[in-house]
Design a binder for this molecule. Structure first.
Ligand SMILES: Cc1cc2nc3c(=O)[nH]c(=O)nc-3n(C[C@H](O)[C@H](O)[C@H](O)COP(=O)(O)OP(=O)(O)OC[C@H]3O[C@@H](n4cnc5c(N)ncnc54)[C@H](O)[C@@H]3O)c2cc1C
Length: 481
């Protein structure tokens, strides 16, 4: 058992991205830090989230591409693989990243790492479940979220997976899988499962998949999943689960009509719930709700010396959001007199379906709801030479600009590598670079990024008003004389 080293500057609870960044940053600046983790160092992202999902996505993208061989002049072929080997390879790749987040690495950085579950005894002391007590000047709550298992009757009596079991306990290929939830996690894993030969049904309560994204993007993803053989039921509620003869029967309801879907197994991807229970937040005087720990813009909780960051604080549940917030917390602990505020104005996100969906800023739907007057510029990847040469034309780039101005408000990119392409537009938007400058920047040919220049060109064309066009015609006429 680790022995506490007197009073700490900071005790961090939770060793996911938010906790790890806070602990490493504070120790790096010379602070004395204790980090407490209840389950696995690295949290969701490394163990049950981004890393294993992206590894599986990579394998299944190749599976799918091999099946599409004839489009590229190859003979028709069915990829040969063992389901178990694909998962083993995913775990091997995850294991290569694991040392970055390990107890040993963090101890090497000067952090005292304690394995166990922490709870507050008072606003100034936490206790780990082995009885160790830690006192500190500041505390950081970074306990993340877990899969929300909705209270659908019978769900608790049928076998189901969540992101915490899918990657390590799915040890043979089920014949069928019902994916409950059509958000990013549900869509990504449904596509993975479908490509591995599982018969997949997605059941989503809301009217469309990826509800926080551009509606055109969500429609494109729906069509793609359906074209790959996945059954997508949106606007559909799971009302009951029954377990009969080793199989699960899910009763679902849409527009008042019920039907039953038979499935071997279920993946619950129906949202997240914060890890606030058993943290002793009442003893600490920290306010929380069913959405997580309440924080202000400086990520300070209702106790001025206790901070929260990452998924537990929201509003975004992304690894890069956790990293961003942790950096602010480090700074605000060190310099409490001049606290920095978190701003989410330029927060990007990517759903790693194939094709990817990348976004930042308001969608058209949000802009309309907020009465933002905007112009929209769109370029379809059907016309993008690189997409054509790669046979990856399903996609588009859409930029929202302030009406009549050269100011980027937001963008959506759908397509292969969309998650890379979005960043050029994001950097431009954040630093006040408008579409005209993007249009005037030479982009290498033939790249996916050149779609940014193309969409910016379409903005430039709007500047060719009838008056300017008339002037140009006059100039050409004169030159011909
Ligand atoms: C399937 C899936 C795919 C994802 N893919 C992406 C992606 O591609 N890109 C992206 O940006 N984000 C992705 N995410 C989201 C990303 O994983 C999270 O946003 C990120 O992990 C949040 O980090 P965190 O530190 O806030 O919380 P977590 O990673 O959840 O870490 C919290 C830690 O706190 C520990 N803990 C909880 N209670 C206690 C306690 N009382 N005492 C001690 N320790 C405690 C937990 O065990 C956990 O290790 C994905 C998530 C899932 C589920």
């Amino acid at each position: 058992m680790e022995t506490p080293q007197g009073k700490y500057n900071v005790v961090v609870i939770g060793a996911g991205t938010a906790g790890l960044v806070t602990a490493a940053g504070t120790a790096g600046l010379g602070g004395r830090v204790a980090l407490v983790e209840a389950k696995k160092m690295g949290g969701d992202c490394l163990n049950f989230g981004c890393v294993p999902s992206k590894a599986l996505i990579s394998s299944t993208r190749l599976v799918h591409r091999i099946r599409r061989g004839p489009e590229l002049g190859l003979s028709e072929m069915e990829p040969s693989f063992r389901f178990e080997d694909v998962f083993r390879s995913m775990r091997e790749r995850r294991a290569r990243i694991e040392p970055n987040d390990s107890k040993e690495r963090f101890e090497g950085l000067g952090v005292d790492v304690f394995l166990g579950k922490a709870k507050f005894l008072s606003p100034h002391e936490v206790e780990i479940d082995d009885g160790t007590r830690l006192r500190a000047r500041n505390f950081v709550i970074a306990t993340g979220t877990r899969a929300l298992v909705p209270p659908v009757p019978g769900l608790d009596c049928v076998p189901y997976y969540t992101n915490e079991t899918f990657f390590d306990e799915l040890d043979r290929k089920p014949e069928s899988m019902l994916v409950l939830g059509g958000g990013p996690i549900g869509c990504e894993l449904a596509q993975v499962a479908g490509r591995l030969g599982i018969d997949v049904h997605i059941v989503e309560l809301l009217p469309r998949l990826l509800p926080r994204d551009d509606s055109g993007a969500s429609e494109l993803i729906r069509k793609r999943l359906e074209s790959e053989g996945i059954d997508v039921a949106t606007g559909t509620k799971a009302v009951r689960f029954d377990h009969q003869d080793g199989r699960t029967a899910a009763t679902v309801e849409a527009n008042g009509a019920q039907k039953t879907l038979a499935t071997e197994t279920v993946l619950v991807a129906a949202g997240r719930t914060p890890n606030v229970e058993s943290l002793g937040l009442e003893s600490a005087g920290v306010k929380y709700s069913r959405r997580g720990v309440e924080v202000d813009e400086t990520l300070t909780t209702s106790q001025p010396h206790i901070f929260a960051c990452g998924d537990i604080a929201g509003p975004y549940a992304f690894t890069h959001a956790a990293d961003y917030q942790a950096r602010i917390v480090i700074r605000n602990i060190l310099l409490p007199w001049f606290k920095a505020k978190a701003s989410y104005r330029w927060m990007p996100w990517v759903t790693y379906t194939d094709p990817e969906v990348a976004h930042f800023g308001p969608t058209e739907e949000e802009a309309r709801a907020k009465n933002i007057v905007y112009d929209v510029f769109r370029y379809d990847w059907e016309e993008l030479d690189r997409a054509v040469t790669d046979s990856e034309t399903e996609g588009f780039i859409k930029v929202l600009a302030a009406h009549g101005k050269d100011t980027i408000l937001g963008a959506t990119v759908v397509g292969v590598h969309a998650g890379e392409v979005i960043h050029e537009v994001l950097v431009a938007a954040k630093h006040g670079i408008g579409l005209s400058k993007l249009s005037a920047t030479v982009h290498a040919y033939p790249t996916y990024s050149s779609s940014v220049q193309r969409v910016a060109d379409s903005f430039q064309k709007t500047r060719l008003t009838p008056r300017v066009a008339g002037l140009f015609r006059w100039l050409y006429r004169r030159r011909r004389c």
